[in-house]
Design a protein around this ligand. Structure first.
Ligand code: IMP
Ligand code: MG
Length: 181
């Protein structure tokens, strides 16, 4: 299948993202000020740029770990079944954990992942997502912190892909198809 032609229209600038992360990091720091080491868990692959920028704003001792859950594949449709493709390297029992995700869409991914991690008995488990599409929600889930609420648009950039492309865009943009299909 060949890719339909599309362009990416800028939606959230790199500057706006940086300003929002600075504000969020202050709230996160306040929440975890009493912890001796925060485990920051990035969901691969979409959160890799967000987590990199976020942890550099935190004046806290942090450990960084990653988890990969299956999601879209190369389609623009969300899958309901969430599988763990790569688990954490570290145990989190009794520890303070922040899960970092790119987008909450239907909510299946983060609700499954946080449920699984909560069963490991962390001391505290919080979640942050850069983007939230509340109108797409299928399960009742809210991240503790959200960067930006966005409408039901397919977005790319700042780590987020469409068929494994556009992750390296420094801003968030929406995909607009240019054929008449
Ligand atoms: P959920 O399980 O439906 O909440 O989906 C979450 C995952 O779907 C995200 O981590 C993304 O990988 C992917 N996703 C949702 N919306 C978009 C989008 O607009 N662009 C690219 N990926 C998306
Ligand atoms: Mg994802």
């Amino acid at each position: 299948m060949t890719q339909r032609p599309y362009v990416v229209d800028e939606m959230i600038t790199a500057k706006a993202i940086a300003a929002r992360i600075e504000a969020l990091s202050m709230e996160i720091q306040r929440e975890f000020s009493d912890t001796d080491k925060l485990v920051v868990v990035g969901l691969l692959r979409g959160s890799f740029i967000f987590i990199a920028d976020l942890v550099r704003e935190l004046s806290l001792a942090v450990e960084v770990d990653f988890l990969e859950a299956s999601s879209y594949g190369n389609e623009m449709e969300s899958s309901r079944e969430v599988r763990i493709l790569k688990d954490l390297r570290s145990g989190i029992e009794g520890r303070d954990v922040l899960v970092v995700e790119d987008i909450v869409d239907t909510g299946h991914t983060l609700s499954h992942v946080t449920g699984m991690l909560r069963a490991r008995n962390p001391n505290r488990l919080k979640s942050i997502a850069l983007l939230d599409k509340p109108s797409r929600r299928e399960v009742d889930f809210r991240a503790d912190w959200i960067g930006f609420e966005i409408p039901d648009e397919f977005v790319v950039g700042y780590g987020i892909d469409f068929a494994q492309r556009n992750r390296n865009l420094p801003f968030i943009g929406k995909v607009r198809f240019t054929d008449d299909g």
